[in-house]
Write a protein that binds this ligand. Structure first.
Ligand code: GDP
Ligand code: IMO
Ligand code: MG
Length: 425
């Protein structure tokens, strides 16, 4: 059975935590897009793990963890992550990497930094945009190409370094890269990763055929999707559920469920419109209580109320079948909690998420207010034991989105998760 987990908002919804929670039962966890721009946090007992490229199932020895072809691979970062995990006693021998994964090279990171001065998206500077651009432009290199080497690869590689150097030097007046030095460095990195490489599409196909439980772990979120997000303030891949197929090499008929992960409120990192953003004390309370500081860049996350317009949109573009609502405990202290049900734009009320970024910038949220629960829910273990007002808040989200909630998270730890409906059934 294949289940896709997607971020339903602007990322950082708690995908790492939910993936880790479900991975106990899963046989295989697959990352299908993004790169080291992702920062997925998993907390178990007193340990905290920040994962960027490695799937959040890695803490289970028997769960196969796959980095699919849709992920852009920063080998240096991946090797650091493997080393860090091994140092902390986590076995990474269950990791597999697609031969087809495109590489993030040093010049991609440099270009990301330089170009963002003009694009002003507020990227993570991890080389994501330039690496995906090269992939689509057929100017990139997959790890298989590097492993194979040969004159065709080396000529293409040297030509690319020369081309990138011209841009870096002539447009930005900065130092370029030495092709031979870079080649030696990346060959060394690839050699260390070779033992993990596999035909991952085949592994996933076989797992699904053998009726194993396969989880696809999205990175980023629906509104950061290159096609369906708040363009241009997006990432350069497809975090939405369709990306799970192209980014792993399986067909859509294999996917049985899509779980939309949403915080009980909304956050966003980087630039771009955000209708329910709170710049007042309430926003600060969400940031402090929710520890809303980026896992990858440490930047303060912008915070606001839950937005049901976004969730309905996420349901549509992902085909969400189940919700996982996270960080409910962060709302514990509020007298009143608000949910946005529509946007006021000029003299109209919009109930569907607009495609125009200029329209979105001018949208004013229309709220309903619900009473808060003013109780510590962080140790509640069943839905029925949640305060009635917390139950009503979740039921209101279900009513507004038309989707049932399967999981509710009430704290960062693995065991702070309430199961309302089973996912693997
Ligand atoms: P991801 O990118 O979607 O995996 O999310 P991040 O890990 O970047 O950010 C989510 C943060 O919230 C992490 O620090 C998690 O440990 C934490 N977290 C996840 N679920 C909960 C929850 O239910 N309550 C609280 N208080 N924290 C949570
Ligand atoms: P996870 O998987 C939140 C944001 C960046 C920036 C935009 C483009 O942890 O949810 P990029 O470096 O991808 O070109 O940046 O996307 N962004 C994220 N925001 N969570 C993430 O990942 C993000 N990955 C990228 O802040 O606004
Ligand atoms: Mg994150």
């Amino acid at each position: 059975m294949a289940v896709v987990l997607v971020g339903a908002q602007w990322g950082d919804e708690g995908k790492g935590k939910i993936t880790d929670f479900l991975a106990e039962e899963a046989d295989c966890v697959v990352r299908y897009q993004g790169g080291s721009n992702a920062g997925h946090t998993v907390e178990v007992m007193h340990e905290k793990f920040m994962l960027h490229l490695i799937p959040s199932g890695i803490l289970y020895r028997d769960t196969l963890c796959i980095i699919g072809n849709g992920v852009v691979l920063d080998m240096e970062k991946l090797l650091d992550e493997i080393e860090e995990l091994e140092k902390r006693g986590v076995d990474t021998s269950n990791l597999r990497i697609s031969y087809r994964a495109p590489l993030v090279l040093p010049y991609h990171k440099k270009m990301d930094e330089l170009e963002d001065r003009y694009k002003r998206i507020g990227t993570t500077k991890r080389g994501i945009g330039p690496a995906y651009a090269d992939k689509i432009n057929r100017a990139g290199f997959r790890i298989v190409d590097l492993i194979e080497g040969g004159s065709f690869f080396e000529e293409r590689f040297k030509a690319q370094v020369e081309y990138k150097n011209r841009i870096i030097k002539e447009i930005y007046g900065e130092e370029g890269f030495d092709a031979d030095e870079m080649l030696a460095k990346i060959k060394g990195e690839a050699a260390k990763l070779e033992k993990y490489l596999a035909d991952t599409s085949l592994l996933i196909y076989q797992a699904i055929k053998d009726k194993k439980k396969v989880l696809f772990e999205g990175a980023q979120g629906t509104l950061l999707d290159i096609d369906h997000g708040t363009y241009p303030y997006v990432t350069s891949s497809n975090p939405t559920a369709g990306g799970a197929c192209t980014g792993s090499g399986i067909g859509p008929t294999s996917i049985k469920k899509v779980v939309g992960i949403a915080k009980a409120y909304t956050t966003r990192v980087g630039e771009g419109p955000f209708p329910t953003e709170l710049t007042d004390e309430a926003g600060e309370i969400l940031r402090q209580r929710g520890a809303e500081f980026g896992t990858t860049t440490g930047r303060a996350r912008r915070c606001g109320w839950f937005d049901a317009v976004i969730l309905r949109y996420a349901v549509r573009v992902n085909g969400i079948t189940d919700l996982a609502i996270t960080k409910m405990d962060v709302l514990d202290d509020f007298d009143v909690v608000k949910i946005c049900t529509g946007y006021k734009y000029k003299d109209k009320i919009l109930t569907e998420f607009p495609e125009s970024i200029n329209v979105l910038k001018e949208c004013e949220p229309v709220y309903i207010e619900l009473p808060g629960w003013k109780e510590d829910i962080s140790s509640v273990t069943s839905f029925e034991d949640l305060p009635l007002n917390a139950q009503r808040y979740i039921e209101k989200i279900e009513e507004l989105t038309g989707i049932k909630t399967a999981l509710v998270a009430v704290g960062p730890k693995r065991d702070q998760t309430i199961i309302k409906e089973e996912i693997f059934c």
